[in-house]
Design a protein around this ligand. Structure first.
Ligand code: FAD
Length: 503
């Protein structure tokens, strides 16, 4: 075998997955079609849950240092107030995708991930023991082999995923109804500091300064669908802005130009035997509300520890099916909310009226909160056995006191290992944990707070104990004052981390 896992694509999803797999002890090889990172800015931000997962791994500071926190987000261009504290990181971080990719690749290198560039996946064959990955190597990488052998292949190769097509996985959904052009340009004649979603007769445009002197211009034109294979040009962006705004504001010196639309599609299955899909390869949608990169990173954090456990023989292959059953509904909901945002963005007096009505609702606290926790994915709850309000949700980053000085829950997850957190000093828990000691860390601590904040639910009393998966989701809870259900704990440990070690 050349690696336990080959990942196709060194975008944000592929790099995050590679880091998660390495942390959990799997040998990973990333193959990337391009010779170098593109430097394209694309995504402009990361939401709270993504900041949390980076915090869970102890690398958040690098990203915070390279971006800027903003107190607002938006739903179809209508501002949402993010100044609330469901999370220790309640604000979106404005940071360009090119910077995110650089930071992830640096972290991956520190962890020992191998990245092989100028290698595009062009063929896939599965058999009982593994997968053969055929590669197209461009002249700069003539030394690379034409095929690799691995236990699993994960397609993180973007919306037009070759891996998805080779695995024969359907990609149903709705086609594009509009065309958007995006470019980083100089804009000397813009009379305002910035323009945010200026609505016009046939669409809208925005011009936002991402760096001093440089603007990100986005034009959206509805009922105008361009052939996806036609390369976007600066001249097209200029003409589009003139059609919408009546001027090009003296636009010149493009850094890059790209095109997107509101097609919304999702892979029918996230796993086909030894081939899995994550990120844009598994789902595409209108990039409204900034959710695509975030969702890809969170797919990776859900899949990484499961796939590593399977390749290391610590969990049955069936654990991988929970990746589809947990993450498919998350993307389904994002496709749904981006279709709603796309409908709310269409030009015309009816939509103007709808936006006005919606705009008067969005300022209400409950509506603002509902949309905020949906866009940030802080409210995601997986179908995990148990009826405690924390079960299946991401664990809150509560303040703690432990013997070795950890001060909050996320610090316990830096190693990417599951944690059985004992907040009540239970001897029974210690005895059970001993059987999984090779895979699960038992941590005894005291909660600093009597109540923990939980999005959607409100506050819950600090529990007596809880089992936290490496992705930060809660697999089992013992409520404070309740009888310790040890058989439920054993079942949860076995489901997620395999059977106990032999005595
Ligand atoms: C204008 C715009 C704004 C956006 N803003 C946001 C935002 O603010 N927040 C947000 O969360 N998301 C945003 N997104 C979405 C975000 O850019 C994508 O969701 C994100 O890039 C997906 O990451 P990925 O790693 O899954 O795929 P990609 O970034 O597409 O990476 C795929 C990688 O695979 C490589 N590859 C392709 N084919 C092969 C092959 N056969 N073999 C090997 N490698 C291959 C590609 O070269 C590429 O490097 C935005 C998108 C656009 C267009």
């Amino acid at each position: 075998m050349d690696a336990d896992v080959v990942i196709a694509g060194a975008g944000p999803t592929g790099l995050m997955l590679a880091c998660e797999l390495r942390l959990a002890g799997a040998d990973v090889l990333v193959v990337e079609r391009l010779a170098d990172r593109t430097g394209e800015s694309r995504a402009g931000g990361m939401h709270s849950r993504t900041l949390e997962v980076l915090d869970q791994r102890g690398v958040l500071d690098r990203f915070l240092a390279a971006g800027e926190l903003q107190p607002v987000g938006h739903f179809s261009g209508l501002y949402l107030d993010f100044d609330e504290s469901e999370s220790r990181h309640p604000y979106p971080l404005m940071i360009l995708q090119s910077v995110i990719e650089r930071l992830l690749e640096e972290w991956a290198a520190e962890l020992g991930v191998r990245v092989r560039r100028s290698c595009g996946v062009s063929g896939v064959r599965q058999d009982a023991s593994g997968v053969t990955v055929e590669l197209d190597t461009v002249p700069t990488a003539q030394t690379a082999p034409a095929a690799l052998r691995a236990r699993y292949l994960v397609g993180c190769d973007g919306g037009r995923s070759t891996v998805r097509k080779l695995a024969g996985i359907d990609f149903p959904g709705t086609p594009a109804t509009m065309t958007a052009l995006i470019g980083d340009v100089e804009l000397p004649d813009l009379p305002e500091e910035y323009v945010w979603v200026r609505r016009c007769a046939t669409g809208d445009y925005s011009a936002i300064a991402f760096e001093p002197g440089w603007y990100r211009v986005i034009t959206s034109e509805y009922d105008r669908v361009v052939d996806r294979d036609e390369p976007p040009t600066f001249e097209q962006l200029r003409e589009s802005l003139v059609r919408l705004a009546g001027t090009d504001f003296g636009m010149h010196s493009p850094r890059w130009v790209s095109r997107f639309n509101d097609a919304a599609r999702q892979a029918a299955r996230y796993r086909q035997g030894r081939v899995l899909l994550a990120g844009d390869a598994a789902h595409i949608h209108f990039p409204a509300g900034g959710q695509g990169l975030n969702m890809g990173v969170q797919d990776a954090v859900n899949l990484g520890w499961k796939l590593a456990a399977v390749v290391r023989g610590r969990a049955p292959e069936s654990l991988l099916d929970s990746y589809h059953s947990e993450r498919h509904p998350v993307a389904e909901r994002v496709l749904h909310n981006t279709r709603a945002q796309s409908a709310l963005a269409r030009p015309g007096p009816q939509t103007d009226a709808l936006r006005e009505v919606f705009g008067s609702l969005i300022v209400l606290d409950d509506v603002n909160r509902q949309l905020r926790v949906m866009l940030t994915a802080l409210d995601v709850r997986y179908a995990v056995d148990g009826d405690h309000p924390l079960t299946g949700r991401r664990v809150p980053d509560a303040g703690l006191k432990t013997a070795d000085g950890a001060t909050r829950v996320f610090e316990l997850l830096h190693a990417g290992r599951p944690v059985l957190l004992d907040l009540g000093g239970s001897a029974a828990l210690t005895a059970i944990a001993g059987r999984w000691a090779d895979r699960v860390d038992l941590v005894e601590a005291r909660s600093e707070d009597d109540h923990w904040p939980v999005p959607v639910v409100g506050e819950v009393p600090a529990p007596a104990a809880l089992l936290v998966r490496p992705d930060g989701h809660v697999a089992w809870v013992a409520a404070a004052g309740a009888r310790l259900d040890t058989s439920a704990l054993r079942a949860a440990l076995t489901t997620w981390f395999g059977p106990p070690a032999r005595r």
